[in-house]
Design a protein around this ligand. Sequence first.
Ligand SMILES: [Zn+2]
Length: 75
Amino acid sequence: MVVESLPHFTPPARKRWESISAHVRHRLLTNVWCTHCRCETTIVNFSGAIKGGNLLLMGECVECHGDVARVIEGK
Ligand SMILES: [Zn+2]
């Protein structure tokens, strides 16, 4: 069990994120599209919030440190 540090998640976002299984979370974090690198990258230093019923992760690209985001659609 990997204990992740989630200092910038709102409580509902944290709850949603923690409802996702660890291997799926890992995949979600490691196949984020970076418009700067024009390739899939890993999102780091991310925060989480619920927007329009979806979980929105906002962070930076591990390669170029540009802004990247991922929307995880609600069930
Ligand atoms: Zn990048």
